[in-house]
Every structure is written in structure tokens, then in C-alpha cells.
Design a protein around this ligand. Sequence first.
Ligand code: TRP
Length: 453
Amino acid sequence: MATRANFSSKLGIILASAGSAVGLGNVWRFPTEVGENGGAAFILIYMACVVVLGLPLMVSEFVIGRHTHKNTADAYRELAPGTPWVLQGYMGVFTSWFILCYYSVVSGWTLKYLIGAVANEVTTLTDSTAYFTDFTSDPWLPVIFMVLMMLLCHQVIVRGVQNGIERYSKLMMPLLLLIIAVLVVCSFSMPGSEEGLRFLLKPDFSKIDSGVILSAMGQAFFSLSIAMGCLCTYGSYFSDDARLMKTAGSVALIDTTVAVMSGFIIFPAVFSVAEVAPDAGPGLVFITLPKVFQMAFEHVPLIGWFFAVMFYLLLLLAALTSMMSIHEPTTAFLLEHFKMERRTATWIVTLSCIIVGVLCSMSFGPLKDVRFLFGMTFFDFFDYVSAKIFLPVGGFIIALFTGWKLDRQLVRDEVTNHGMLSSALFPVFMFLIRWAAPIAIVLIFLNELGILG
Ligand code: TRP
């Protein structure tokens, strides 16, 4: 067999994995959750979830991927042949394909807004709500932007692991981090921004209840890209001397920093414009922020324009690097399992996601009356099933698999690079993955289904 693709450097490994983690989840979902759940108190709990649950699961996926150097489905087949665990591998591949179908729709919106910002449209709106709903309910326009984002992602994936994913992550991630720094400065320099800062830094522990703790866990999973084959697939491209725990630590650090910084960008800016009440969900970045940019534009046009362009560029870069990591698991599976050419495998994933993505995109317009269970549109259905069902179930199975099924020595060898690295943290890791993670996930799951809390 020809040698398998690998990331070529440790920096490439970290930036590609961080690219997967840093996404729409960081820039809009996190600030929204913070706003709804008690500011700094939520941030502290979120961080605890990242360390106690997110990190062990991330390391587990790396262990499974790196040990086998195979796509996610074949990795489980190699580690537990002929057992039901194999299904988890297929499920990871399927979930990533499924998520891409709707993630690409919101990614398309970011492209539309970036172009709108450059053209000075977003900064001069009279009604940002109408702008958003007119755009998303248009039958074809959002589809076109979704397809454009898929084609951009396709261009990267088709170039392969080193020339595609690694190269573009190394370009886009530093740019993304630079933009974050610039935007924090922009936001802080807006008059009245202290109000937003105070909101973010003042912990309101009275808002903390079991529901909030469980939301923090759910957010940590989504943000770290856990449980759908992305990290396992990337892990399979790690070299044998990569340090799994250290890599997971760096990725979690970058991801959390970007999330917190996004809060520092959004809230001071939103609060500095007193008339603007923060919106929840996608509205925060697609409806509330345009109002902020427009106010800034009225004061100093160049700054308002620059702020808007940089912000949507940030959102687009974050979305694109995550899309790459969601595209690759299925592509790698088709490529290796069915011995396809990379080009063919990539096209199959791109085209099939576009076809289903059209349904998700149109569910804001022509298909908005097509409803599934519980009155969900296509988009809501895809979002709900993946984030609330596949993700916790996948995380649960991965924790059990690593903690109870895999040979302990195998896991230890991967985590310590066959004894080259210190094993001091290994017992802690094993404890978390065997007990803390499965129990916590069962709680999240019950909560998200509305059975608890
Ligand atoms: N983590 C990304 C974000 O914050 C999204 C993402 C990429 C993801 N891969 C994932 C979410 C795997 C869950 C599982 O937007």
C-alpha cells in the first residue's frame, strides 16, 4: 500500500485541529450562551467542562485515529472487529456528512455578509432584520452562497491532507488570530464599551443551575468538534511523535481563547450602542451587529466599514476551516474504504451535501412550511438531530470505547508515545474517560431532550 498522507509538522497538526474547533460555534454560539447564562459565571463553568470532559474525549479520538492511521469507520473496524463498536465508526462518518449539509448554509450567509460589508451595504442598512430575512428567505440567493462555500471547501479538500488542509489551515488560522486581536481593539475603543466588559466580567452566580451547567457542557462539545469523526480523522494524519495530550491542550486553549475573545468583541460593541438590544442565536451576528457597524459607520465611516469587513472575514475563515474538517471524514472514508481517487471521493461528498444543503437552505424560504417531527423545518431538523442526538450519543460511545473496551496498554502507549512521555496524567485521564465523561454525557443528553432540568 502506498504510504498514507500525514500532516507534515506539529504546527500543522495544531493549526488544522484548531481550525476544526474554531468555528461558528465560537463566534456566535458562545457569546449568545454567555449572554443568556450569567456572563463570567458561565465562562468559568464552560472552562471546567473543557478541561474535565472535552480534553479527555479529544485525546480519545486522537488515540483511536493515530493508533490505526485509518479513516474513522475502518479505525473502529480494526480496533474491535466484528463487534457493534464498529457502528460508531460509521456513525462518525455519517454524522459529519450530515452536519456539513446545514453548516454550509450558515457558512454561506457569512460569505454574503462579507461581500455586503465590503460593498458597504451592511454598514448602511436601515433595517437589518429585513435585510436578513429577505436574504435568507430568497429561494436561490442563499443557495448560491452555500454552493460557493462548498466549492471553496472542495478546493481545499481535493488538494489532500498536506497541500490542502494543512497548507490552508497554516494560512487561515494565523490570519484569523490576527483579526481577532484587531477586532478586540476596535471593540474596546468604542465609547461606552465598559458596560459590555462589565457584563462579561461580572459573574452572576445566581443564574447558575443544572440547566446552565449542562448547556456549558453541550457548548464545549460542539466547540471542540468532539464526537463526529473530525478529530479522529485528523488524528489519523498525526505523525507518531506528535504528543496527543499536548496537542489537545493547545487546541482547547486556542478554541477557548477565541470564544472568549469573540465575547470581548461582541459585547462591548453591542453595549456601546445603547439602543441595540442583543439578539439571541444567529440574530446576534447577522442582525444585531450590523446595527452596531452602522452606528460606528455614522460616526467614523472608515472604522465602521473596516470593523464590519474584518468581522465577517473572521466569521468566514472560522466557518471554512471547520467545514474542511467536517468534509474530510467522509472523503477519507470513501477514498480508503472504496479505494476511490481523492478527486472522485471529494466530489461525491461535495455534491451530495449541496443537494441536501439546498433543502436546508430553502427551509428559510420556499420550503419553510415543510415540517417534520415537532414542527421542525429541514434546517431545524438537521441541527437538532446532529447537535442534540448524534453528538452526545457519539461522545458517550467514544468514552466507553476508550475507557472500557480498548486495551489499557494500547491507550497508554498512544498517550505516552510508547513511554517516551511522562505518564503522570494518564491515571487522571483514564478516570475521567471511564467515569466522569459517560456520566456527564448521560446528564446532558437527558437535559437536552427535555427530560431533565
Ligand atoms: N467546532 C466547530 C465550531 O465551533 C464546528 C464543528 C466542526 C463541529 N467539527 C465538529 C461540531 C464536530 C461538532 C462536532 O463551529
